[in-house]
Design a protein around this ligand. Structure first.
Ligand SMILES: Cc1cc2nc3c(=O)[nH]c(=O)nc-3n(C[C@H](O)[C@H](O)[C@H](O)COP(=O)(O)O)c2cc1C
Ligand code: SF4
Length: 430
């Protein structure tokens, strides 16, 4: 097996960024076909395709669209391009290389769900992707592909880019909606889910960049063709952002169900010379870590990874070799979550801060053996008790790192330095 380029087939062509270049490769040929279909028929096709949301949770897209109330209220389509998960950088490439692919996917999706207004919520640091999107949106308006009466179909759809300030929590869908409304980007309790009550309290569909881009291909070739890729329960292809100690880090599109080690060894050119695989976080920093032995059994689909106690998440594969100190790595992660907690829920606000402090006291040589169990206890108390999943996302890496690499934590406490690197935290970072 090797890369299967469904979405990324033409990403190597610089002209694919432009309307003319996108059209030359069949772009915007699916849109007129879609606009002649019944919206429900598009939703049914997306359901039949088995497409699951590519933003992290893997929720079936067609089913989410089916939750919209049928009451004729205005509804919104939001594209989640916040891309806050550490290790994930696929949406950025999609917006830079193929902005029209996302726009076509959004127009078709908006027509299917009956929305006349959409936003692409992009993290503020993504200056170049925002430029690419704005240029493409202007081209699409000028060509009658956006705005009133698109291609003479009678369907109207307006699309804007909204620039967030770059907080991880604004990637959570209800946090994103609050931010878009001009409020603090703080998540809200669900239900009501956004599909019922979202932006401006109206029904709202939030989907990831990759999810919306895939819709065009499902309508173009049909659900069954899309299903040729992937597994029964995890259909289609998926982009994986591979970072860390591999020879060729980058984004790779492979069918779901692809063996994890094939991604590392075939696509990414294996580990760096002379180095051995130690561990992989398969689905963004919130996913529990896998040991090298576990990696050998892992396939990149929702079921296989869940079976190993971890998750596919956003598809960020973070690879660590035998030179990586796991205590140091966990220190980086806990610092991130403590910084990004929005502070609404006590277990998350206090828990993330506490985890970070305990870990850094170990790293700075002030740790006690009982602190290792304390890390586990605090993390255990943070799971499933909060408004959003950030608290779980902070707890799960701690539990998996401490359980699977306990000897490194104990060594650090006893010796005040890393078992792997032999140096102290201060020496490692200065
Ligand atoms: C803390 C947190 C951060 C998130 N960040 C993102 C993000 O950056 N991009 C994204 O698409 N989804 C993110 N999500 C998931 C969204 O809440 C939502 O499930 C997703 O955008 C739905 O789109 P999908 O169905 O296409 O996956 C995040 C969730 C949480 C709890
Ligand atoms: S879990 Fe954390 S980030 Fe999520 S709402 Fe609660 S405090 Fe905010």
């Amino acid at each position: 097996m090797s890369e299967t380029k469904v979405l990324t087939e033409f990403y190597h062509l610089p002209e694919y960024q432009t309307l003319a270049g996108y059209k030359a490769k069949g772009g915007y040929e699916t849109l007129p076909k879609a606009l002649k279909m019944q919206p429900q028929a598009i939703i049914d096709e997306v359901k039949a395709s088995g497409l699951r949301g590519r933003g992290g949770a893997g929720f079936p897209t067609g089913m989410k669209w089916g939750f919209l109330p049928k009451n004729g209220e205005p509804r919104y389509l939001l594209c989640n391009a916040d891309e806050g998960e550490p290790g994930t950088f696929k949406d950025r490439m999609m917006m830079e290389r193929a902005p029209h692919q996302l726009i076509e996917g959004m127009i078709i999706s908006a027509f299917a769900v009956g929305s006349h207004k959409g936003y692409i919520y992009v993290r503020g640091e993504y200056v170049f992707p925002i430029e690419c999107l704005n240029k493409a949106i202007k081209e699409a308006y000028d060509a009658g592909l956006l705005g009133k009466n698109i291609l003479g179909s009678g369907f109207d759809f307006d699309l804007d880019v909204y620039r967030g300030a770059g907080a991880y929590i604004c990637g959570e869908e209800t946090g994103m909606i609050s931010s878009l409304e001009g409020l603090k980007g703080q998540p809200k309790l669900k239900p009501p889910f956004p599909a019922v009550q979202g932006y401006l309290r109206k029904p709202t569909i939030v989907n990831n960049v990759e999810t919306l881009a895939a819709v065009t291909y499902i309508v173009k070739d049909g659900a069954q063709t899309y299903r040729k890729h992937g597994t029964e329960k995890s259909a289609g292809t998926k982009l994986f952002s591979v970072s860390g100690n591999v020879a060729k880090p980058g984004n790779y599109e492979v069918p779901l169900g692809y063996p994890l080690l094939d991604l590392i060894n075939k696509e990414c050119g294996g580990m760096k010379p002379g180095r051995k695989l130690k561990a992989i976080i398969p689905g963004g920093s919130s996913a529990p870590v896998l040991t090298a032995e576990e990696c050998a059994k892992a396939n990149l689909d929702y079921e296989s990874l869940a079976g190993l106690g971890t998750m596919l998440g956003s598809g960020a594969v973070i690879v660590m070799d035998d030179s990586q100190c796991m205590v140091d790595m966990l220190g980086v992660l806990t610092h991130f979550y403590a910084h990004e907690s929005c502070g609404q829920c006590t277990p998350c606000r206090e828990g993330t801060g506490w985890l970070n402090k305990i870990l850094h006291s170990i790293l700075e040589g002030r740790g006690r053996l009982q602190d290792i169990d304390l890390l586990v206890k605090v993390a255990d108390n943070m799971k499933g008790k909060t408004i959003c999943a950030l608290s779980d996302a902070a707890a799960l890496p701690v539990l998996s790192f401490v359980t699977k690499f306990r000897d490194e934590f104990e060594f650090y406490v006893r010796e005040g330095r890393s078992k792997v690197k032999g140096t102290t935290y201060a020496e490692m970072h200065h």
